[in-house]
Write a protein that binds this ligand. Structure first.
Ligand code: GDP
Ligand code: IMO
Ligand code: MG
Length: 445
């Protein structure tokens, strides 16, 4: 039964509308104040979410970005792939900085899948193999993954017979029996790729992963019931997307995507909460575009303007440290993602980075190989590669935005940029972020 408290603020989803690193972590941290439970529904340690509070910078990979508030419950849902070693490292790192993490405020789904060491070996081996085998003019088929074992772990989930779930770590003999079979198969595959000379040792792995399971035991629950219990008692849930809509396995720029449903469409499957419970979908949109790894990027700038954006936005990966590819805002892409996600509003982030450009360009249409023009996105890498971005140009501004604390105080051309986006997306910009810290946030009035 919902109480008055839950009627005021709806259950909310925060989702990236581009290719990741839109500042989801920061916005989740800000919105956590109005919610009780923060749930991750997809991805794994490929995500890197940065939160800055009072000069302290936290990089979160598997733990929801709400963890910095001691009285909130963070949930790692069944749709996430969990690397237990990375998770424990992250918990220890946060604890050493004074963040309280206990069985009460961090819950892990017993049905989340486990990223095993051989998944990371497979991920790296496949990327190396593909990088070495360039296909004609197209170059290599490598995706430029984070090498966190994400693809192979999700592949095992779908394959079923070779998967390990978090709950399995709590049953030593079951785990050991499965690993005996899995290790035989994986050893043969990795040997065939030329990356493993000695076979995997199932007993050593079972010992290690049972011990990790014991360390996590207090946190492991049926998260579907935990979330429904929270709904019943009127607690407000914030769903935190990892990766982003254009990396969604079904709706992104396939095959240059990640292996989960990162759009809001992944929420029901990845948490067990029906989608119609979500009242607010806040799409997070960087004021320009970035992409890490391979794949088409129609507005990419491989020139000094792109470098300037990279430097001003500190566009280097939180997870891998790789320089991010930078370019102008692509509204064809964002309009598509907002449609797929059912966005009810947008948060425009890293807006301060655009200070100091004479003019700013926004892509509103694509020209296709046959000369036709479209305002529809093309969620297929091979066809998107052939599209050329068509731009509209807006005037820039010179004023620094970091200390602005009300949207009405923005320079006229900065406001014009936002109004242009609102008009083209037909959505309100509910939040504007002008710096990495919690306090650098302009909320709709
Ligand atoms: P996420 O993966 O979507 O959570 O985003 P990341 O944390 O990977 O990347 C966003 C980066 O931009 C981080 O370094 C944030 O600290 C930083 N950031 C977030 N919002 C802003 C902003 O409004 N302005 C600036 N300059 N930096 C921001
Ligand atoms: P956050 O949550 C940016 C990209 C990788 C690669 C592709 C597949 O921080 O926004 P994977 O390791 O998932 O198999 O890699 O997806 N990628 C991300 N890029 N931000 C992310 O997460 C990403 N997660 C995956 O760079 O191109
Ligand atoms: Mg990131």
């Amino acid at each position: 039964m919902a109480n008055a408290h839950s009627r005021r603020t709806p259950h909310t989803a925060v989702v990236g509308l581009q290719w990741g690193d839109e500042g989801k972590g920061k916005i989740v941290d800000v919105l956590t104040a109005d919610h009780d439970v923060i749930a991750r529904y997809n991805g794994g340690a490929n995500a890197g979410h940065t939160v800055e509070v009072a000069g302290e910078r936290y990089a979160l990979h598997l733990i929801p970005s709400g963890i910095l508030y001691p009285d909130k419950t963070c949930v790692i849902g069944n749709g996430v792939v969990v690397d237990p070693e990375k998770l424990i490292e992250e918990m220890d790192r946060l604890r050493s900085r004074g963040v309280a993490i206990g069985a009460r405020n961090l819950l892990i789904s017993d049905r989340a899948h486990v990223v095993m060491p051989y998944h990371k070996e497979q991920d790296a081996a496949l990327e190396e193999f593909l990088a070495d085998v360039a296909e004609g003019e197209r170059g290599s088929l490598a995706i430029g993954t984070t090498r966190r074992g994400i693809g192979p772990a999700y592949a095992d989930k779908v394959s079923r017979s070779t998967a390990i779930r978090v709950g399995d770590l709590l049953d030593d003999s079951y785990l050991r029996d499965r690993l005996r079979v899995i290790c035989r198969l994986r050893s043969a595959e990795l040997a065939a790729l030329g990356v493993r000379t000695s076979p995997l040792d199932p007993d050593a792995l079972a010992d290690r992963y049972s011990a990790l399971g014991e360390q996590l035991r207090g946190h492991i629950v049926d998260s579907t019931y935990a979330l429904h219990d929270a709904l019943q008692s009127g607690r407000r849930i914030l769903f935190e997307g990892a990766n982003a809509s254009l990396l969604d396995i079904d709706h992104g720029t396939y095959p240059y995507v990640t292996s989960s449903n990162c759009s809001t469409l992944g929420i029901p499957a990845g948490t067990g909460v029906p989608g119609d419970r979500i009242g607010r979908v806040l799409g997070i949109m960087k004021a320009y575009s970035t992409r890490v790894g391979a794949g088409p990027f129609p507005t990419e700038l491989t020139n000094p303007t792109g470098e300037r954006i990279r430097e001003r936005g500190r566009e280097f990966g939180t997870t891998t440290g790789r320089p991010r590819r930078c370019g102008w805002l692509d509204l064809v892409a964002v309009r598509y993602s907002a449609m797929v996600c059912g966005a009810t509003g947008v948060a425009c982030t890293l807006f301060d980075v655009l200070t100091g450009f004479d003019e700013l360009r926004i892509c509103t249409k694509y020209r296709l190989a046959d000369g036709s023009v479209t305002d529809r996105f093309i969620p297929d890498a091979h066809r998107l590669e052939q599209a050329t971005a068509l731009y509209e140009t807006l005037p820039g501004w010179t004023e620094a935005l970091r200390e602005v604390d009300d949207r009405r105080q923005l320079p006229a051309n900065a406001e014009r940029y936002l109004a242009f986006i609102e008009e083209r997306l037909n959505l309100p910009i509910d939040m504007v972020s002008v710096g990495p810290d919690r306090r650098h946030t302009l909320q709709a009035v």
